[in-house]
Design a protein around this ligand. Structure first.
Ligand SMILES: *Cc1c(COP(=O)(O)O)cnc(C)c1O
Length: 392
């Protein structure tokens, strides 16, 4: 049997007939609870960026993650952009990011006028490989005037942004040690990792700050939205200031002391987010069951290797994904065509960022692992509604 039909057969087994086709990669789950919260918000008249739901959402994000502060923003991209900006990333700087990520990671760097510097990833957790990073930095980094520079490009190395890919935890304990050694601030892109922990610590809390996303296809959603989490009160205060209109507090005067972005999350979206957060445990539990169902179903097929959480980490299993070692790009496209024909909206990983036209001239390490993963990984439908527990 060819790989495409084997995969669709496994998917037919896990995603039983009673689930209507086509099955999206990840659908938001919205219940009467969300409707009630949003309606209450509409009736309150507080629809814009000030309101009690924004405060509630931020404080609940703190409880969830253990961060001291959360600043809700209009998207994950804007949250990451402002976090980089507030950390002092300037036009002409370089920011180390993985070559394998969603485009938003590199876009946020570019929005600061900085240049992404792409690094290779670890084949087992899809994230920045701390050993490779350390070796690469030993090669290129040099200290001058209390700052860190890329000796090849002459640009300042202003930050490192590891990404927790598909909700699997990156080895941020090791990456943060490397970042500390080279005195480069680490900012975690935890957009895909709401609910993922490492040694009990929530993703996004190991560096100076972390970013979460609440886009419609993420684990929980505010429609569109994001947040910066941090335990640095100065940074949080500054983010609050510049993500609004940078107005000096006063009952009626319009005095602004710098250029503000107006990137805050509207109260209406925060209301949706509060209801989603209330149901996060249930969503995570069912995504775990779905992942277990995939695990069982793929067991007989050694050509399909499911990505599982590493020891001491707990994944939110945002997207379950399999690696099909040795396949060509053509074979991958055939497999995806067959999946789609059966109503399974599987997706590959992202085209490597340095291959996109806007980042083609950016510096990069050799990308052996990232290139293999780009070709060999297929992401599977992973919404919480798809979990059929074995007792049903
Ligand atoms: C979703 C995502 C973002 C942010 O996306 P927004 O749609 O702007 O919220 C950033 N990085 C990664 C890796 C993502 O998956």
């Amino acid at each position: 049997m060819n790989l495409g039909s084997t995969l669709t057969k496994v998917l037919e087994d896990v995603l039983v007939e009673s689930i209507p086709r086509p099955i999206a990669l990840h659908e938001p789950e919205v219940t009467a609870e969300e409707e009630e919260y949003v309606l209450k918000c509409v009736k309150s008249g507080w629809l814009s960026s000030v309101g009690s739901y924004v405060e509630k959402f931020e404080s609940e994000l703190c409880s969830l993650t253990g961060a001291q502060h959360a600043v809700a923003m209009a998207s994950g991209t804007s949250a990451l952009q402002l976090a980089l900006y507030a950390l002092g990333v300037k036009p002409g700087d370089e920011v180390l990011v993985p070559a394998l990520s969603f485009v938003a990671t590199a876009n946020a760097v570019a929005h600061c006028g900085a240049v992404p510097h792409f690094v290779d990833v670890d084949e087992t957790n899809l994230a920045v490989d701390p050993q490779l990073l350390a070796r690469h930095l030993s090669d290129i980094a040099t200290q001058r005037d209390g700052l860190v520079w890329n000796r090849h490009t002459g640009r300042r190395l202003a930050a490192i942004v590891p990404v927790h890919v598909l909700g699997l935890a990156a080895d941020v304990f090791a990456i943060s040690r490397v970042a500390l050694d080279f005195q480069i601030p680490m900012l975690e892109d935890a957009a895909e990792a709401v609910g993922t922990t490492i040694n009990g610590r929530h993703c996004g809390t190991l560096g100076v700050a972390g970013m979460l996303s609440f886009n419609g296809n993420k684990t929980i959603t505010t429609g569109n939205g994001g947040a910066v989490i941090t335990s640095d009160s100065g940074l949080a205060q500054r983010l609050r200031h510049i993500s609004s209109t940078a107005k000096k507090p006063h009952p009626w005067r319009y005095d602004h002391d710098e250029i503000g972005w107006n990137y805050r999350l509207p109260n209406l979206n925060a209301a949706l987010g509060c209801a989603q957060l209330k149901r996060l445990d249930s969503i995570l539990e069912r995504k775990r069951i779905l992942h277990q169902n995939y695990k069982k179903a793929f067991e007989p097929y050694s050509c399909f290797n499911l990505f599982n959480e590493h020891k001491n980490t707990r994944s939110n299993y945002w997207l379950s994904a399999v690696r099909i070692s040795g396949i060509s790009l053509d074979e991958r496209e055939q497999i995806l065509t067959e999946c789609h024909a059966h109503g399974f909206m599987c997706r590959p990983l992202w085209t490597l960022l340095p291959d996109l036209p806007m980042f083609r001239t950016a510096p990069a390490t050799s990308l052996n692992a990232a290139r293999l993963l780009e070709r060999e990984v297929v992401c599977l439908p992973s919404g919480p509604r798809l979990a059929i527990s074995s007792t049903e």
